[in-house]
Design a protein around this ligand. Structure first.
Ligand code: AMP
Length: 114
């Protein structure tokens, strides 16, 4: 698999505005924010899409959600609310093929998302 831009961020070869890090997950600000707070949580291993989740790597997904939950509390939006979303492949709107949880907050979200 070709490395993605997120592999370069994980290897600290290109800069990112990192807001969260633990042994398994990195969180950094999206360069093209769609809300006042827009952070991407990624696993520290390459999982290309939601379709590539399996019994061996599923713990990463839980850890990404836990990281997002902790971050929501840290930035004070847990009670007012936020959105977590993952895009898969073309119709899902995925552009970077290293799974990432979008964390969006700081405004009223709309539904359907478009
Ligand atoms: P998706 O369309 O779900 O694959 O989301 C990819 C996201 O990555 C987009 O919201 C981009 O703005 C964001 N993105 C792309 N390159 C970078 C980067 N170098 N640093 C931070 N976010 C990025």
């Amino acid at each position: 698999m070709e490395p993605t831009i997120f592999d370069l961020i994980l290897q600290k070869e290109i800069p990112a505005d990192i807001v969260y890090e633990d042994a398994h997950v990195l969180g950094f600000k999206d360069v093209n924010p769609q809300a006042p707070i827009h952070v991407l949580f990624i696993p520290k291993v390459r999982i290309a899409t939601h379709n590539d989740l399996d019994a061996d790597n599923i713990d990463y997904l839980s850890r990404m959600h836990l990281a997002a939950k902790e971050y929501a509390a840290e930035v004070g939006v847990a009670d007012e609310g936020y959105r977590v979303v993952m895009n898969c492949n073309g119709h899902g709107g995925q552009t970077v093929y290293h799974i990432h949880l979008h964390f969006l907050a700081g405004r009223q979200m709309l539904w359907p998302p478009g």
